[in-house]
Design a protein around this ligand. Structure first.
Ligand SMILES: Cc1cc2nc3c(=O)[nH]c(=O)nc-3n(C[C@H](O)[C@H](O)[C@H](O)COP(=O)(O)OP(=O)(O)OC[C@H]3O[C@@H](n4cnc5c(N)ncnc54)[C@H](O)[C@@H]3O)c2cc1C
Length: 483
């Protein structure tokens, strides 16, 4: 096996959290490499979805730091990204997925990070509780990338699992995980025709299969006006149309369209593969095949039956299916649903989260805010007060020189419904990268990084730690509701 030059920090996974983690680590001055299986960075954040929860339900910023810098840089290139209030409480931010990949890559190069692309991490070279490096399979063959500190930002906690770290997968009672979905984008969509149809069919704006909560009240529908005015609004619609024409459509409970300002392009979230485990290659293959079949059928159905789609074209399908849930590391603290919905603070918080608690679950009932909720397929609880994310959720038990970022940090199945949101993943990525850089430069372990120093560095870099000092969204939160 070829042995590459030792890095201070090796980030595995150049997606939503990993690319940000590598920028943060690179900026500490640590020699950082970023290992990614595909030829670009951005991961699921490059598939065209919006960022809810950059601000919380009361309008206080939750995610700042590198996330905001990324948006600012994209705006300098004409992306028109803006944070807008969401009628049920939090904020939403549409982005330009193609631009995001390239701007993130520029930020990596400027930070001195060495991206190692087209490289799948197949194993961790672990000795006892220590990872010597990660093993890559790529065009050059098998390679060992030695590193002082490794960040697992694979989404699936691949490195942690290979290194023998403890993890949980799915929900505790039966290990079932949230469904897998292949997002797709269509262009040449006549949005005006969609809104005209919705004006005549208000029943189509209901969220029949979703249990959505805001400030403890169930929310049935958002005003149509909001969707028309708000770039990045996510329209949950066509439920009745779909029921009438296609009652057994597997993903009918989630017809979800995101719009971008001034564009005729939409991102559609409607496919579903249930009961599969994306860390099993045969299940992953089944998910790809099933979701691709669904995309093809749905595109044809939309063109024939849905208002606004007659002349629409399939514009892009992501590099792979979207995986909502697999492994979560067991850290020295496990964030809970109560921590999330009650907006709890922690002395070792390294950032804040406000992405809604968004659980796509066909069966299980859970208690939230004192009441039992059981959307037939999805529960969505908006976060009124952002919650702190303890550094301990990033630090795994057992393996010494490893940190986790993104959707595989240490949380319960329910809390992961919020921490898996892109804004939160970027927040944990920035913290993991900063901590890894500090640990590597001081020749210490992540668990021994002085949390006060870490927090001070993050605060200097405009990460939001203290909710009461956070900036407020300038436009009146909730104005969209009353309109
Ligand atoms: C269908 C769907 C809809 C969603 N909708 C929204 C939404 O509207 N808004 C929102 O905020 N969030 C949404 N989410 C959640 C959010 O997008 C993801 O949870 C988040 O982007 C995950 O970030 P991550 O960094 O953990 O993983 P990813 O962004 O998936 O990054 C992981 C990276 O690691 C790489 N990788 C994985 N394994 C290896 C390996 N072994 N070796 C090398 N590279 C590897 C991958 O190629 C990828 O680039 C959605 C998720 C899904 C699946």
């Amino acid at each position: 096996m070829q042995v590459r030059t030792q890095a201070d920090v090796a980030v595995v996974g150049g997606g939503t959290s990993g690319a940000i983690a590598a920028v943060a680590a690179g900026r500490t001055g640590a020699h950082t490499v970023l290992v990614e299986q595909y030829g670009f960075v951005g991961g699921v954040a490059s598939t065209g979805m919006v960022f809810p929860g950059v601000f919380d339900g009361e309008g206080y910023r939750a995610a700042g730091g590198l996330l905001q810098e990324l948006f600012d840089r994209m705006n300098e290139m004409g992306a028109s990204i803006e944070h807008v209030p969401n009628p049920t409480g939090a904020s939403t931010t549409a982005n330009d997925p193609e631009l995001l990949k390239f701007v993130l890559m520029n930020m990596l190069i400027e930070a001195g990070v060495q991206p190692i692309l087209h490289s799948f991490t197949v194993d961790a070279a672990a000795e006892g509780n220590h990872i010597r490096g990660v093993i890559l399979a790529n065009k050059s063959g098998l390679q060992l990338q030695p590193a002082k500190i490794v960040i697992d930002a694979t989404g699936d906690a691949d490195v942690a699992a290979r290194a023998g770290a403890a993890f949980e997968k799915g929900r505790p009672e039966d290990g079932r995980m949230q469904p897998i979905t292949l997002i797709f984008r269509m262009s040449n969509v006549n949005l005006k025709e969609i809104f005209d149809y919705l004006r005549d069919h208000p029943e189509e704006l209901r969220i029949p299969f979703t249990t959505a909560f805001s400030k403890g009240k169930a929310v049935d529908t958002y005003p149509l006006d909001y969707y028309e005015k708000t770039p990045g609004s996510q329209l949950e619609t066509f439920g009745c149309l779909l029921d009438r024409h296609w009652p057994d459509w597997p993903g009918k409970n989630m017809f979800h369209i995101s719009t971008l300002r001034g564009r005729d392009e939409v991102t559609i979230n409607v496919t579903r593969a249930q009961g599969l485990d994306a860390t099993n290659v045969d299940d992953l293959s089944k998910a790809e095949i099933e979701c691709q079949r669904q995309v093809l059928s749905m595109v044809q159905w939309l063109r024939k039956n849905a208002p606004g789609f007659r002349n629409a074209r399939l514009m892009s399908v992501p590099f792979q299916v979207g995986v909502r849930e697999t492994r979560r590391i067991k850290g020295s603290y496990t964030l809970t649903m109560e921590d999330v919905v009650e907006g709890r603070d922690f002395p070792d918080a390294i950032g804040r989260g406000a992405y809604p608690l968004d659980i796509h679950d066909p069966a299980k009932k859970i208690k939230v805010l004192g009441r039992e909720v059981s959307g037939k397929s999805m529960t969505l609880i908006h976060i009124i007060r952002s919650y702190g994310i303890p550094y301990r959720c990033l630090v795994p038990e057992r393996v010494d020189n490893l940190l986790a970022a993104g959707r595989c940090i240490s949380t319960t199945h329910e809390a992961a419904g919020s921490t898996r949101g892109m804004a939160v993943c970027m927040v944990t990525g920035e913290a993991a990268g900063t901590a890894a850089g500090m640990a590597a430069l001081k020749n210490t372990l992540p668990r021994d990084v002085p949390v006060n120093e870490l927090r001070a560095t993050l605060e200097r870099n405009k990460v939001v730690l203290d909710r009461d000092k956070a900036e407020r969204l300038s436009s009146a939160v909730g104005s969209a509701v009353s309109s």
